[in-house]
Design a protein around this ligand. Structure first.
Ligand SMILES: [Zn+2]
Length: 348
């Protein structure tokens, strides 16, 4: 008998685990209808869930996806107009472009939809005066660095005197730095990530060594500088939480890390860690897609939506986050990270 009750208790626990439901967050105006107008419309529209009407894509690419046939002036305009035309139906109209070219910056300067993070190489640590000039002139709103450029150097070039001076300036100037730091381990075909074996064969360091060096020699030494480690830094929620708890100046974007193919879905057990993490660290999380334009240039190609835009929007939507959290992740945190470089005041 005792064994039976243990069995029943365990079975119930397992069943509860599988059927576990997460709270569905109503769209805020549902609450008005519950009591307002004498409750006449009570229940109407109660399936309208919390949803963001402002998705700011904090991470997209144009220039490097066309290397060596880079896009110029009118072509950039064409692709961006086309992408915004497609994403506007998903309530998105702003994006940060990772780009190395002055021409792109000059084009984007007067477009309130487009922000440019200047993609610098590690041998350009002498460019501080030019970084200052472009920042002051409103040509750039952040910097972008990528450790994919590192293998031919010692990775400690990241902490050279020249770079330390740039990191310090970025703190003073409120200029965020997107630093693609770690790399995924193994191929990641679900998200179209390949070639990691080739990368790791040449790298000469481990992910952990690189992360430790960055945290100790860079993030800790420049507490006023905002560092964005894109792609959830290719880490799980627990590891990222430990970094966020220790370093208040570190942020991440959801690109590649919160990714779900169309018609795929998250199970309740998968939702829980991401939902808890998103609620706790919404002030450090920015929606991003890592979208690429395609070669040859086909700006209307639907693959942009299918491979980059929708997988990231669908994942976040399935977490069923409270309105306030969703608003932070989809645009609020990005606006705060851009700080005084935000081109127009936040929508209300
Ligand atoms: Zn990227």
């Amino acid at each position: 008998m005792k064994n039976l009750s243990v069995f029943i208790t365990l079975s119930l626990a397992v069943a509860a685990g599988y059927c576990q439901e997460y709270p569905v967050e109503p769209y805020p105006d549902n609450i008005e209808r519950w009591e307002g107008d004498g409750g006449f419309s009570r229940g109407f529209g109660m399936t309208n869930h919390a949803f963001s009407f402002d998705w700011f894509d904090s991470h997209i690419h144009l220039a490097y996806s066309h290397f060596p046939n880079r896009l110029k002036g009118q072509e950039i305009q064409q692709v961006m107009d086309s992408w915004f035309r497609m994403t506007v139906v998903y309530q998105s109209g702003r994006a940060i472009l990772m780009d190395p070219y002055l021409e792109t910056m000059e084009w984007a300067k007067d477009d309130p939809r487009v922000y440019v993070f200047w993609w610098l190489k590690w041998d350009q640590a002498d460019l501080l005066p030019e970084i200052q000039r472009r920042t002051t002139r409103g040509l750039i709103q952040g910097l972008k660095l990528h450790t994919g450029d590192l293998p031919r150097h010692d990775y400690r070039i990241m902490g050279s005197e020249g770079w330390q001076t740039i990191y310090e300036y970025c703190g003073q100037a409120d200029l965020p730095i997107a630093l693609h730091l770690n790399q995924h381990w193994g191929d990641h075909l679900y998200t179209t990530g390949e070639n990691s074996k080739e990368f790791w064969a040449k790298a000469g360091y481990t992910n952990q060594q690189l992360l430790d060096y960055f945290l100790e020699q860079i993030a800790a030494r420049h507490p006023r500088t905002k560092f964005i480690l894109p792609h959830m830094n290719f880490q799980g929620c627990d590891a990222l939480a430990r970094i966020f708890d220790r370093y208040p100046n570190i942020y991440t974007d959801t690109s590649i890390g919160m990714f779900l193919r169309e018609f795929d879905s998250l199970t309740p057990a998968e939702i829980k860690p991401y939902r808890d993490f998103s609620i706790r660290y919404a002030d450090r999380l920015m929606f991003g897609s890592d979208a690429f334009a395609y070669q040859p240039l086909a700006s209307d190609y639907a693959g942009y939506l299918r491979n980059w835009w929708l997988p990231h929007q669908i994942f976040l939507t399935q977490l069923r986050l409270p309105q306030e959290i969703l608003d932070k992740i989809t645009h609020g945190t990005c606006e705060r990270v851009l700080g005084k470089h935000l081109k127009s005041p936040p929508k209300r």
